[in-house]
Design a protein around this ligand. Structure first.
Ligand code: BYC
Length: 481
C-alpha cells in the first residue's frame, strides 16, 4: 500500500492499511453508527441535505493533499490519515532522548497517553456542538461553507483520536471512544472536559474569535503532541496540523473582514471617533471596542487551555517523551531541561511577579508564551487595517492575569492592563472589558442570514479571494429548501 495515498475502497477511508487490520476495522465500524447519530443530533443544524463545496483529503502529501467537490455533509468521507512514518525516528526529548520512537504504547506511560489522547479527542466534537446553530445566521455562502469545512474536519480529528484509542488501548480505549460521543458541550451532567469547550459560540464574531484563538491552542497542543515519542500519535497530529491551518485562516481573515467593514462604514459616515459606540452601531456594523471585548473573552478562555503555570503533569509528560515543546527538534539545548529555568508570571504576596521556575514544571507556560507570540501576528494585521483607514485605535491582547479560571490568577481580578482590582471594582467595571448582554443583543441583531450567491451581510467585507480560487459569484452551498 502507498501510505501517501488514501484508500477509499473501504467504508472508512484510511492510509493505515485498515483492510488488513480486521480487529481495528471492526471496532471502528462498530463505532461508526454512533458517530453518525451524534453528527445527526449535534452537527450543523438544518443543512444536512445541502450540497457543500468541501475539500476532502486524498493524500497526506503536504504538496497536494485535498480535492474540492460538492458533498452532503453526512456523506463526507471521514477517514484515518497519518503522516508518513519517518525512518529511524527517535524520541526527541526527555529521559528516553535519542532512543527509537515507540510504535506501541509503552506500558508505564499508558495512562498518561490515554488521558492526553482523550482530552485532545474531546475538544473536537465539542467545537462542532458549540457551532451547530451558526449555519442559520451565516453572513454569506462563502462563510457558511468555511464553517462546515471546519466542522467536518473537527469530526475527522475525532476519528483520528478514536483510531488511536481503538488500535492501541484495547477495551478501555473502546470505552473512551464511546464516552467521546456521550459528553456534550455545556451539558450540566456530562460536560466536555476543558472549560472553553463548554462556552457558547452565539454569533459569527465569536466563531471567528474561536477559530483564531482557540483553534490556535489546538495548533500549539498538536505541535507538542506531534513531537511525541509515541510515533502513531506524532504522525496523526502532523497530518491534523495540515488541516488546522485553514481553521485559523478562517478566524484571522474573518476578524480582519469585520474590522475592515467597520472602518469603511465609519469613514463613509465621517465618524472620527471609533469609540463613539452608539454612532458606529447605528451604521449596522460592529464597533471596535466591542470587537476588543470579544477578543478579551476568547483570548482569556484560550489561555486557560494551557493548564496551570507550574504543572507536574506537564513535567511528567515531557520527561516520559510523550509531549514535547513547540518545535522541539529545532530548539538548541539538551532536550531534557535538567538544570534549566523559565520565567513565569506568578502572584507573590498579592503582586504579579516574574519568577524563575524549573523549566520542566514551567512547560505549560513556555507553550503558552509561544502561543501568545503567534496570536500577536494576526492582531498586527488587524491593526494595520485600522491604521490604514486612518483611525487611532489598537486592538491588544489582555494581560495574562485578566479573567482567568485556571492557574495562578483564578482567584483574583485584574484589568486587561494587569492591574489587580477588588471584587466590587470588577463587578462594576467588567462590562467595559467583556461582552455584556447588551453587546450580545446588538451583535445578535446583526446576525441575519445572507444566502444569495455572492452577497455578504453588511457588517462584514467580502473575502479577497475565493476558496479553491473560485470566483465571487460561486455557489459554495446549494441549500436544500
Ligand atoms: N479546563 O497540571 P495542570 C483543540 C485540569 S484545543 C478544565 O494545570 P496540565 C481544538 C487538568 O486536566 C487543544 N480542566 O494542567 C481547538 C488536570 O486535571 P486532573 C486540545 C483543566 O495537565 C479548537 C488539572 O486541571 N488538546 O485541539 O499540565 C477546535 C491540573 O492540570 C484545564 C490538548 O489540550 C481547563 N482549561 O495541562 C477543536 C492537549 N486545564 O488530571 C479542537 C492534551 C487544566 O488533575 N491536553 N485542567 O484531573 C494536555 O496537554 C493537558 O491536559 C492540558 C492541561 C494542557 C489541557
Amino acid at each position: 500500500m502507498n501510505y501517501m495515498n488514501v484508500d477509499y475502497s473501504t467504508k472508512i477511508p484510511n492510509n493505515v492499511n485498515l483492510s488488513e487490520d480486521r480487529q481495528v476495522l471492526k471496532a471502528l465500524e462498530g463505532w461508526h453508527p454512533g458517530y453518525m447519530d451524534w453528527w445527526g443530533d449535534m452537527g450543523p443544524e438544518g443543512f444536512q441535505e445541502s450540497l457543500v463545496y468541501l475539500r476532502t483529503a486524498y493524500s497526506v502529501d503536504p504538496r497536494g493533499w485535498a480535492k474540492f467537490d460538492y458533498v452532503r455533509m453526512p456523506e463526507y468521507r471521514w477517514g484515518i490519515l497519518l503522516a508518513p512514518q519517518e525512518e529511524n525516528r527517535v524520541v526527541p526529548f526527555g529521559e528516553h532522548y535519542g532512543k527509537p520512537a515507540w510504535q506501541e504504547v509503552p506500558g508505564e506511560y499508558r495512562a498518561m497517553l490515554r488521558r492526553l489522547i482523550v482530552i485532545q479527542g474531546d475538544t473536537e466534537p465539542a467545537s462542532v456542538e458549540q457551532q451547530r446553530h451558526l449555519g442559520k445566521t451565516a453572513p454569506s455562502l462563502y462563510d457558511m461553507r468555511n464553517l462546515f469545512q471546519v466542522n467536518v474536519e473537527e469530526g475527522r480529528h475525532l476519528w483520528a483520536m478514536v483510531y488511536l484509542l481503538q488500535k492501541y488501548f484495547g477495551r478501555d480505549g473502546r470505552e473512551e471512544a464511546d464516552e467521546l460521543l456521550r459528553r456534550r458541550s455545556g451539558d450540566a451532567d456530562s460536560p466536555r472536559m476543558l472549560g472553553a469547550f463548554n462556552e457558547a459560540t452565539p454569533d459569527w464574531l465569536s466563531f471567528f474569535m474561536f477559530t483564531y484563538f482557540t483553534d490556535r491552542d489546538g495548533k500549539m497542543q498538536l505541535h507538542s503532541l506531534a513531537q511525541s515519542g509515541f510515533d502513531p500519535l506524532s504522525r496523526t497530529c502532523r497530518f491534523m496540523l495540515t488541516e488546522e491551518a485553514h481553521h485559523m485562516f478562517v478566524g484571522e481573515t474573518g476578524i480582519s473582514r469585520v474590522v475592515q467593514r467597520t472602518c469603511e462604514a465609519m469613514r463613509e459616515a465621517g465618524i472620527t471617533d471609533p469609540t463613539d459606540v452608539a454612532k458606529v452601531r447605528a451604521l449596522g456594523v460592529i464597533d471596535l471596542p466591542t470587537i476588543q471585548k470579544k477578543l478579551n473573552l476568547h483570548y482569556s478562555l484560550s489561555l486557560d487551555l494551557f493548564g496551570s503555570e507550574v504543572s507536574t503533569n506537564a513535567a511528567n509528560a515531557f520527561n516520559s517523551g510523550i509531549k514535547g515543546r513547540y518545535k522541539e527538534t529545532q530548539i538548541d539545548d539538551d532536550h531534557q531541561l535538567k538544570n534549566a529555568t523559565y520565567p513565569v508570571l506568578k502572584l507573590v504576596d498579592g503582586v504579579i511577579k516574574r519568577v524563575d521556575e524549573p523549566a520542566l514544571t514551567a512547560l505549560n507556560m513556555r507553550l503558552r508564551d509561544d502561543y501568545s507570540q503567534d496570536c500577536i501576528k494576526g492582531m498586527l494585521r488587524w491593526n494595520k487595517v485600522i491604521s490604514t483607514a486612518g483611525y487611532q485605535f489598537k486592538l491588544t491582547l489582555p494581560n495574562v492575569a485578566f479573567h482567568r479560571q485556571i492557574g495562578e490568577f483564578k482567584d483574583v481580578h485584574a484589568t486587561p492592563d494587569g492591574v489587580l482590582i477588588d471584587d466590587a471594582t470588577w463587578n462594576k467595571r467588567k462590562s467595559e472589558w467583556l461582552p455584556s448582554s447588551d453587546d450580545g443583543d446588538f451583535i445578535a441583531s446583526l446576525m441575519k442570514p445572507v444566502t444569495e450567491i455572492g452577497a455578504y451581510a453588511p457588517w462584514i467585507s467580502p473575502p479577497k479571494v475565493g476558496i479553491d480560487n473560485r470566483p465571487g459569484d460561486f455557489e459554495y452551498v446549494k441549500i436544500e429548501t
